[in-house]
Write a new protein. Structure first.
Length: 255
């Protein structure tokens, strides 16, 4: 399945850009002195992972970018993959958790989330990471990855006792499952780029495949960016509660 997150296949002037066989196809006029640049992301699901490719397309227009500048921007394209975390990555995931502690909107501390939560999630195969491939210009080589985000599917629901939840009906003879997600984190230098939304959308696809009818989470009231991201993903705030020494919005999305 291929899903375009930004932009659409279109014809503008002498330039066409679109998606064919899971990748961007682009034809440029050789005599064009410059290009009008458009950027975005598209998703490609491959086997057990979801790849996010950053595309930069070009089209003729009055507000043009010199060809040399366009080529330089193309070199900075990013390639991200959302996949299951590996046991050997546990320490890097812990470092990612710790990197956001003490920031303005974070409610975590030095004890939570910790190695115990990572190991428990790993044992159930419920830790997922968002990685970015390094570019040579960043001091790396193609193929090198950096973990820039992570999230977990809760193995045993911890919030069933809350009174706010809706009760999805059964689908045919199969009772649908309710799932919870937690410990969603994005590296500080990557925040504000929409990556939390990508992580949540990717988890939703995985949960649909598992037969889940709804996904639930708690969002700290003080964590305004996270709350905004969940609302953009289609979550509804059903109420508020006090847990884990903090105040939370109770959020749910029917899949």
């Amino acid at each position: 399945m291929l899903c375009c997150l930004s932009g659409r296949a279109s014809r503008r002037g002498r330039v066409f850009y679109g998606f064919r066989a899971g990748r961007q196809s682009r034809w440029l006029s050789r005599n064009a002195p410059g290009f009008f640049v458009k950027q975005g992301w598209y998703i490609e699901e491959v086997s057990d992972r979801i790849m996010y490719r950053h595309f930069i397309s070009a089209a003729g227009g009055s507000d043009r970018v010199p060809a040399a500048v366009f080529d330089e921007r193309r070199k900075k394209r990013r390639f991200m993959v959302f996949r299951k975390g590996r046991r050997e990555e546990a320490e890097k995931i812990l470092e990612l958790y710790q990197s956001v502690i003490g920031s303005e909107f974070c409610t975590w501390n030095e004890f939570y989330p910790g190695r115990e939560e990572i190991d428990a999630d790993m044992s159930c195969g419920n830790v997922y990471v968002l990685t970015e491939e390094k570019n040579p210009g960043d001091g790396g080589a193609y193929g090198e990855e950096r973990i820039v985000g992570a999230a977990s599917i809760v193995s045993e629901n911890e919030l069933d006792d809350l009174e706010f939840w809706s009760r999805p009906e059964t689908a045919g003879d199969r009772e649908k499952k309710i799932c919870e997600i937690a410990r969603i984190v994005v590296a500080p230098e990557y925040q504000g780029k929409g990556l939390a939304k990508k992580i949540v959308i990717s988890l939703e696809e995985i949960l649909r495949e598992r037969g889940c009818s709804a996904v639930r989470l708690l969002a700290a009231v003080k964590n305004i960016p996270a709350c905004r991201a969940y609302l953009h993903c289609g979550f509804r705030i059903l109420g508020e509660c006090d847990r884990y020494d903090d105040h939370y919005y109770v959020c749910e999305k029917i899949l």
